[in-house]
Design a protein. Sequence first.
Length: 208
Amino acid sequence: MAGKVITVAQQKGGAGKTTIAANLAVALSRSGKKVVLLDTDPQGSLGRWFMTRREAGDPGVEFSTASAWGVSYECDKLRKTFDYVLVDTPPKIDSDLKPAIRESDLVIVPVSASQVDVWATEGVLDMAAREKAEVMVVLNRAKAGTRVATDVDNALKELGVSRAESVLGHRVAFPETMGVGKGVMERGKGAWSEEFQALTDEVVRRLS
């Protein structure tokens, strides 16, 4: 059976694309799956995370890069060997993103807890709809006790989509672990690991 391709996309920078891609790779790998990261963002943050992880020991995941025109070829090749191919994309919406969206079994769209981020999802959602791609909007960096999750839900409903049940809180564990080439699942038990495990389980269910 061919592996599943998961693309993480958002036209607004700082929404948490790379963090979610890296952490999802770690979580899936820890469950015994063969995982590869495919970095298409020229900024290369995911590659730096991977090299930091590799220098510390066995990374547990594989890594590859591709330009926009090479994404289809790379995905076709990698899905023959790996259970999951996780694609990190540049923070923009243009024709360069289309090949990754087209190859995807699931497109994860991270949305920080603000109306501005909801507006920024529209381009990704439009492209995903045109390519008939499955979409999962993930509320990221949410703060407990605020109304913003409800406000974001209402805004997403107006766009005709719903977000994942799982919500990622505003946790210092994410930047701390990214900086040393790790994922939050490797930091020990806490709200951060529970939240990300819930998201991972939801992603797996959506793709089963």
